[in-house]
Design a protein around this ligand. Structure first.
Ligand code: DC
Length: 219
């Protein structure tokens, strides 16, 4: 059983994916973290994330066995890493390397301790369209740019970090533009995805709506 969750930055797909994975006891993969890890590695090497050769080299350097350790680095959550991720994600050869990693996980999902799982929840931008086009359930989670900015702003404030509303809104709009306009695997809902607009929902309501959809359509 595979549940694919796509959508723009800060729409609530990560929280929904983790809640569903916990509910069904499935393994979870935040695929954005893979792109973030590549972006981070390029930044750490002092190179430009838009540099095709450097970014591809960083993607190929991943050892699938140490993926959990790589993806647990807290630095991957930083805004600067998110921007670098969005830049490396435009490069087809980077996507190709990461595509295989994601498909392997979807085919043989495993928990953080390495034990196999009977299902997987993957969240990202192209899970329902490219990575797992045959996923059993597909959600496209979205919300207005302003609502997403409010959420990010609050998250940063709550974490005691500096936050500027206008800068975050600009960043979110730029990332939406780059993610949806790129030639390879752009951000868009799969034809058979259930679009969940969370602009007027909290995390619990979005989770409930997703569970209701699964109960009705995949009983
Ligand atoms: O979901 P996120 O903000 O952690 O993702 C970071 C970037 O990675 C995002 O701007 C686009 C890219 N990405 C992608 O192109 N495809 C995915 N499946 C996941 C993320």
């Amino acid at each position: 059983m595979i549940i694919a969750i796509d959508g723009p930055a800060a729409a609530g797909k990560g929280t929904l994916a983790q809640n569903l994975a916990k509910h069904f006891k499935y393994a979870f993969l935040d695929t954005g973290r893979l792109y973030r890890a590549v972006g981070y590695a390029v930044l750490q090497a002092g190179k430009d994330p838009s540099d095709k050769t450097e970014a591809t080299k960083a993607a190929k350097a991943f050892d699938p066995k140490s993926i959990n350790q790589i993806l647990s680095n807290p630095a991957l959550r930083e805004e600067a890493t998110g921007n670098a991720a969005s830049k490396v994600a435009v490069i087809p050869s980077v996507r190709e390397v990461l595509l295989q990693l994601q498909r392997d996980f979807a085919e043989h999902p495993f928990f953080e301790d390495g034990t196999p799982a009977k299902g997987a929840v993957l969240d990202g931008r192209d899970i329902g369209t490219v990575v797992c086009p045959k996923a059993d359930v597909k959600f496209f989670v979205t919300a207005s740019a302003e609502v997403r900015t409010d959420r990010r702003f609050k998250e940063l404030k709550d974490a005691g970090k500096p936050a500027d509303y206008d800068v975050i809104l600009k960043d979110i709009k730029e990332r939406d533009e780059r993610d949806s306009k790129r030639a390879t695997a752009p951000l868009k809902p799969a034809e058979d995805a259930y679009v969940l607009d969370t602009s007027n929902m909290n995390a619990t309501q979005a989770y409930q709506a997703a569970l209701d959809f699964i109960a009705i359509n995949h009983a």
